[in-house]
Design a protein around this ligand. Structure first.
Ligand code: GTP
Ligand code: MG
Length: 321
């Protein structure tokens, strides 16, 4: 079969095949599902890192430097940059392309930009699917870069083994982060742009916020690392902290726990989406549309309508069995 042949050629040396498979997977149709099923047995080896934080914090610059460091160690890196496609720019951010160009030409690095807007829950599902392709291809590290602003972006913590939250010294940044729920998902913080004034006081206020959290001797306490990503300062420490967290997860058996929890959510999401698509076929949508006037006028209650649609769905399943 054609697909099997393509999957056999899936390795880090073959970027064109990787691109092709990710594009196929992005289509989100039955062909995509077949591919994902086939490559699943090859996944599970890559270590997944999530890098998130406010817009412009230096996530891409940090990703770029971290990747260069991993490459020096002979490791391969797959990067998924999730753009919160704004209706104004309407696509991948040019800046990322420019900043990541340098590593993009490296044989051991693969970069894919994905839009987060669009399909239902598109962000988490598609980026995790793409990460599976990169994992199966054999990349040692997979880095997700997402802008941490909305709730859906927090999903990235469910896809990553280690989540790094990047902040900058600008006042109020840590408060913003707390509001956006970034505090809960951080395995550690990077205070980037530490060359800017106010870095030390930002560090202190972040530390104060972190101290307020519940913790004991055994639990993991997120650290704050200062970096100047632009000047490649503090990057080795970031890599070391990722390694320390990875070791902690492995030794406490939490990596398996975390991955189990994530896979449960993932399967539930797949089931949810499949059922929704199955229920809302054109026929039922049309029927609902036809009857909505009667719901407004009070003849049928929304619950009665919902029951009718669900019963019709269940009846059809029984008939198909
Ligand atoms: N002063 C200073 N500037 C930096 C540092 N790191 C990155 N920058 C600059 O900050 C700007 C934004 O950097 P990016 O790496 O694109 O930030 P980002 O978080 O990926 O941005 P988005 O993906 O657009 O949210 C760029 O102009 C960088 O050159 C740093 O440590 N210090
Ligand atoms: Mg970026």
């Amino acid at each position: 079969m054609l697909t099997e042949k393509i999957i056999d050629q899936l390795n880090t040396e073959n970027k064109r095949i990787i691109s092709r498979i990710i594009s196929k997977v992005e289509e989100g149709n039955s062909g995509s599902v077949e591919i994902l099923k086939m490559l699943h047995s090859k996944t599970g080896k890559a270590y997944r890192i999530g890098i998130t934080g406010p817009p412009g914090a230096g996530k891409s610059t940090l990703t770029n430097q971290l990747t260069k460091l991993y490459r020096k160690e002979g490791k391969t890196v797959g990067i998924i940059a999730v753009d919160p496609t704004s209706p104004f720019t309407g696509g991948a951010l040019l800046g990322d392309r420019v900043r990541m160009n340098e590593i993009g030409n490296d044989r051991g690095v693969f970069i894919r930009s994905m839009a987060s807007r669009g399909s239902l829950g598109g962000l988490s599902k598609k980026s995790i699917d793409a990460a599976d392709v990169l994992d199966a291809a054999g990349y040692d590290f997979i880095i997700f870069e997402t802008v941490g602003v909305g709730q859906s972006e927090l999903d990235i913590a469910k896809a990553a083994d280690t989540t790094v939250v990047v902040l900058v010294p600008e006042s109020g940044d840590s408060i913003q982060a707390m509001k956006a729920g970034l505090m809960e998902i951080a395995d550690f913080f990077v205070l980037n742009k530490s060359d800017r004034p106010g870095a030390d006081s930002a560090l202190m206020s972040l530390q104060t916020i972190l101290m307020l959290r519940d913790h004991d001797e055994k639990s993991w306490l997120p650290q704050i690392l200062k970096t100047v990503a632009q000047e490649n300062k503090g990057i080795e420490e970031v890599a070391a902290e990722i390694e320390r967290h990875k070791k902690y997860l492995n030794e406490s058996n939490l990596l398996l726990e975390k991955r189990k929890r994530n896979v449960n959510v993932r399967v539930q999401e797949i089931v949810d989406k499949t059922i929704i698509t199955e229920i809302w076929n054109n026929e039922r949508l049309g029927y609902l549309n036809e009857k909505s006037g009667q719901i407004i006028s009070g003849e049928i209650s929304p619950y009665q309508m919902a029951e009718e649609i669900l019963n019709n769905y269940k009846k059809n399943i029984t008939l198909n069995e």
